[in-house]
Design a protein around this ligand. Structure first.
Ligand code: UT7
Length: 325
């Protein structure tokens, strides 16, 4: 008996043109390139141009993913956009992406799980594809965090950047074992007791403003590694795979120390870890597909590889996904 799996057909990403280095930030806030690199691994971030909105970034990434999948936009019947920085309060930025791509069928919606957004969107899309209700989906993570940063707060403004990444998923019949291609397992978690450790101090229903990002960095850091390793162990338990079976670990790109600590605790060899946080900082829901696309483009990730994703962010939310390429 075969089963439906969500198989990745292609991947794409986009970073806005403007690059802001640590050095440049040190001219406006009391920080240094040395502090930022040592504590986070970040060397630069990309910032969207005036008037360039989240859906613009998402459309660039989606077009690149469609091209790499060799499929036409018209064949897409589901678009799930993970973002915490939508163009407007509503409609969903996903419908702007849909219109921008010229897609007029199926469904499009936004999903909000902050930095875990891409893993959440993968899990939700996988569930919808496996019901047979949709055939081919775009899963996108896109953010313009530069618009919600307090540029006078050195404890947060040095950490984040703008960007987008996307994958094309297709429902395909597979034999039904753990060697199948496609998404093998996903695990989502949240714990709202931690909501005040990483949040935005505004919103339509509370302040009627957009607000700024606030974070207790040290508290987030303290929880991050334990939560990440926990949910990855769930993925191992569900499939019977172990850290030794993983070909590539593509984690959320928030902080190189969190990435390295998680990999070390799980026993994943450093050469299997994909890290791009130095190039674009924390792009929230966009960070996993940005790292993923880098490792596909340079030939590291190949068909048949076992790829592990994880993310952790505001809420707290966290999650993992294990995918056979
Ligand atoms: O996507 C998921 C969400 N985000 C994260 O995963 C981020 C999690 N947290 C972190 O990555 C780290 O906690 C940070 C990078 C945010 C901070 O690193 P840390 O090693 O935890 O530093 P800290 O907050 O303990 O601050 C150490 C010192 C403080 O000074 P004092 O109190 O020791 O005098 C800060 O005021 O560093 C100071 N500091 C800075 N100095 C220069 C904080 N930000 C800066 C800065 N430049 N930008």
């Amino acid at each position: 008996m075969t089963i439906l799996r969500s198989v990745v057909l292609g991947c794409g990403s986009y970073l806005p043109e403007r690059v802001v280095t640590n050095q440049e930030l040190a001219e406006s806030v009391d920080t240094s390139d040395e502090w930022i690199v040592q504590r986070t691994g970040i060397r630069q971030r990309h910032i969207a141009a005036d008037g360039e909105v989240t859906s613009d970034l998402a459309i660039h990434a989606a077009r690149a993913a469609l091209a790499s999948a060799h499929v036409d936009a018209q064949s897409i019947d589901l678009i799930v956009l993970a973002t915490s920085t939508p163009d407007n309060t509503f409609p969903a930025s996903a419908v702007s992406v849909q219109a921008g791509l010229g897609v007029t069928r199926g469904a499009a919606f936004d999903l909000q799980a902050v930095c875990s957004g891409f893993v959440y969107a993968l899990a939700v899309t996988d569930s919808l594809l496996r019901t047979g209700a949709y055939a081919r989906a775009l899963v996108i993570g896109a953010e313009t965090f530069s618009r919600i940063l307090d540029w006078t707060d050195r404890t947060t403004c040095v950490l984040f950047g703008d960007g987008a990444g996307a994958v094309v998923l297709e429902a395909q019949q597979q034999p039904g074992g753990r060697d199948d291609r496609g998404i093998l397992t996903t695990h989502l978690r949240s714990d709202g007791r931690h909501k005040s450790k990483l949040y935005v101090d505004g919103g339509p229903s509370s302040t009627k403003t957009v607000g700024h990002l606030r974070m207790e960095g040290r508290a987030v850091f303290k929880h991050a590694v334990a939560m990440i390793t926990d949910v990855i162990e769930d993925a191992f338990r569900a499939t019977g795979y172990t850290a030794a079976d993983i070909d590539w670990f593509v984690p959320h790109q928030a902080n190189k120390r969190i990435i390295d600590d998680s990999a070390r605790r799980l026993g994943i060899a450093p050469e299997k870890v994909v890290t791009t946080v130095d190039l674009h900082g924390n792009t929230s829901a966009a960070s996993i597909p940005l790292a993923l696309n880098a490792a596909i483009k340079d030939g590291r990730i190949k068909k048949g590889d076992l790829v592990l994703f994880e993310a952790m962010g505001g809420g707290f939310t966290w999650g993992s996904a294990l995918v056979r390429w």
